[in-house]
Ligand binder design. Structure first.
Ligand code: C2E
Ligand code: CA
Ligand code: CA
Length: 643
């Protein structure tokens, strides 16, 4: 609504106009009647006066002062009383009274006895009429007094003063005017009633439209629940009333598990059906005072009122989970759904609605991370950690987009002659606030947040481009995340693209994968690995020995290299049995035609032990730390030799 006052203003204008019309009409009726009477009197007097010379023989002479004849007097007696004329007087052209109807025979009164002087405009040839009120006895109640000039050949002969009884006419006129006024009044009243009804109807329609708009603004059309705006307002209201003992409130953030999967597998219509059913089921377990909202996508929120303690919230959360964990009919099939819930209680987990909702959502994230169909209460410490991870994921995306990640290269040495074999590329991220973040933290973050594909591609291209500038023969090892294999064939294309863009021979590239990759989707992964192998590059198994069934995978795929995890290298110092294990691994790998790399070499003793056990390649802080371009082993060697 642009201006809610507009209808009231219009109504006022409407009423005002009506009132003015009514008052105007009432005032006007009397004036109108008066003016009508006056013109009527004027007409009568005029007609009568004009008729006078025809009726009274020798009138012109009489007006010039000749005494009326008996015939004239008789005529005067006859016309007196016609057309309501109850008296008249004749004056000569100087205004001298000649004759009065009261005594047509008597001689004219003496000049000094003349009545008040005649109106001046009569001498100019104009009639002059006045309406007067009489007492009803000697004079009629309403009468007109008219002065009518009698002219001949354009000259004034004399003046006739006529008194016309207007009482009957006045009554008639007033009566008919009042009747007209009454009719008009009725018509006006009717138009007001009709107008008012139309008005009311319009207001009703407007109010209805307004209510509908309000509803739309605050509700979700798909489920009929409140939407985010509506929920915020409801929360604000509830928080304003505050929590009293036994009458607290809680917000429960409800999220359907793997809703995206439902959409992907069954289509959007099925997804919508799941949402509508979820809303129905939620409504069914809520109490009347509680509110339900869909905040967007598959995120629902419940405002629970009358909360006495966390037990009440727990009970509701369990009721909700139970109600939602039912097959959902989506037309062609049933879909099994479940939900996760995060809850926050007013006063305990937040003092206002916004905070409460945020905290419930943070608790929900933890519930989801813990698996399907569970609920969690807000926990500041745990949720802060989760919050940091979410923030970090956003920062990582930005860093990636703005090219703020770096690659460091750690040298790998052949154990036979200590010659440089190549480098392993390791991603680095210098966070503007938190400083250096370990890839052990941000790589999993990238995997969870769908950033790993872009990050992996960047590493691959950068490492290939860098390696192409190194002396012939130096290799570069690039770590691949299991998540990158989800792309299947596209990964093969990306690797090939990176090689050809950089102009790096495939033989100089090594890809390191971990056995966790082989534990899932084995056939597809094997297929991709084989396709990669056919490009002519080498594939190594990283962190060997840390998994559960490392050996089982070794014969499934012809790895070129096996990297013994640094836990074994470190264990060599303390546990004699580790030496036996390392020895066996090397034997096994060699018998399968694989080279063996030992990671994490930090001490000379470790280096010697690894050499003894037959490792082909060594890597570790003892031999060289990961370094940025410009400080790589072969670059510094060249610099040293030049010096
Ligand atoms: P990783 O592939 O096993 O890489 C070797 C890790 O051991 C590196 O840690 C390296 O700095 C560290 N290291 C090397 N020598 C020694 C040593 O003598 N002692 C000790 N204590 N550590 C040593 P970093 O760089 O922190 O990387 C951690 C892990 O992050 C890597 O383990 C790898 O799994 C992952 N990562 C790093 N960069 C990438 C990448 O570009 N892509 C993927 N997918 N993962 C990466
Ligand atoms: Ca590695
Ligand atoms: Ca490793």
């Amino acid at each position: 609504m642009d201006n809610p006052h507009a209808p009231h203003f219009q109504r006022l204008v409407w009423l005002g106009a009506g009132l003015v019309a009514l008052i105007g009409m009432l005032l006007g009726i009397d004036r109108l009647a008066l003016s009508h009477l006056k013109s009527d009197a004027e007409r009568t007097a005029h007609e009568w006066a004009v008729q006078l010379p025809n009726s009274v023989p020798g009138l012109n002479q009489i007006l010039q002062g000749v005494t009326p004849t008996a015939e004239a007097r008789a005529a005067i007696g006859v016309i007196h009383g016609t057309a309501g004329v109850f008296r008249f007087r004749l004056f000569d052209r100087h205004g001298q009274l000649l004759l009065t109807s009261d005594s047509p025979g008597s001689p004219p009164p003496a000049p000094q006895a003349a009545l008040a002087p005649l109106p001046a405009d009569v001498f100019a040839g104009h009639s002059h009429v006045q309406l007067k009120q009489g007492n009803g006895l000697t004079l009629p109640l309403v009468y007109s007094e008219a002065y009518v000039p009698v002219q001949r050949d354009g000259g004034l002969l004399g003046v006739v003063e006529v008194y016309v009884d207007q009482t009957d006419r006045a009554e008639l006129t007033t009566a008919s005017f009042r009747q007209a006024a009454l009719l008009a009044g009725c018509a006006l009243t009717a138009s007001f009633i009709v107008g008012g009804a139309v008005w009311r109807r319009r207001l009703d329609v407007e109010r209805l439209a307004h209510d509908r708009l309000q509803y739309l603004v605050q509700h979700d059309t798909l489920t009929g629940t409140l939407n985010l705006a509506g929920f915020r307002q409801r929360l604000k209201q509830a928080c304003r009333q505050g929590a009293t003992p036994g009458q607290g409130m809680a917000v429960l953030a409800v999220d359907i598990d793997d809703f995206k999967g439902v959409n992907d597998r069954h289509g959007q219509a099925a997804g919508d059906q799941v949402l509508a059913t979820t809303a129905e089921r939620l409504r069914a377990v809520l109490r009347g005072a509680d509110s339900l909202a869909r905040l967007g996508g598959d995120r629902f929120a419940v405002l629970q009122l009358g909360v006495a303690g966390s037990e009440d919230v727990k009970a509701l959360a369990e009721r909700i989970l139970l109600a939602l964990a039912q097959p959902c009919d989506v037309g062609h099939s049933d879909v099994l759904v479940s939900a996760s819930i995060g809850a926050a209680i007013l006063g305990v987990d937040g003092g206002d609605g916004e905070t409460l909702t945020q905290h419930a959502e943070q608790a929900l994230l933890r519930a989801r991370a813990a698996g399907r169909g569970g609920y969690n209460f807000y926990d500041p410490a745990l949720d802060a950690a989760l919050q940091r991870r979410r923030q970090l994921a956003q920062d990582l995306e930005l860093a990636l987009a703005h090219g703020r990640l770096q690659l460091h290269y750690q040298p790998l040495f052949r154990s036979g002659d200590d010659s440089l074999q190549g480098y392993e590329a390791l991603a680095r991220w210098q966070h503007p606030v938190h400083g250096p973040i370990s890839p052990a933290e941000f790589i999993p973050l990238a995997e969870e947040n769908g950033l790993i594909r872009a990050l992996g591609l960047w590493v691959l291209r950068t490492a290939c481009q860098e390696a192409a500038r190194w002396p012939e023969g130096l290799t570069v090892a690039v770590n691949l995340s299991a998540a990158q294999f989800a792309q299947g064939e596209a990964l093969v294309d990306e690797v090939q693209g990176a090689l050809s863009r950089a102009g790096l021979p495939a033989a100089r590239l090594e890809l390191e994968i971990t056995e966790s990759l082989l534990m899932s989707h084995t056939d597809q992964v094997l297929h991709t690995l084989q396709a990669l192998h056919r490009l002519g590059l080498k594939i190594g198994m990283d962190d060997f020995g840390t998994g559960f069934s490392s050996l089982a995978y070794l014969w499934r795929f012809p790895f070129d290299k096996l990297k013994i995890d640094r836990a074994f290298t470190q264990g060599l110092d303390t546990d004699a049995k580790v030496g036996v294990i390392v020895h066996s691994i090397v034997q096994l790998a060699h018998s399968l035609g694989m080279r063996v790399n030992a990671e994490g070499v930090e001490t000379e003793a470790q280096r010697l032990a690894l050499l003894r056990h037959g490792c082909d390649e060594l890597q570790g802080f003892l031999l060289g730390r990961p370094q940025p371009v410009g400080r790589l082993a072969h670059e510094t060697q060249v610099a040293t030799e030049a010096a």
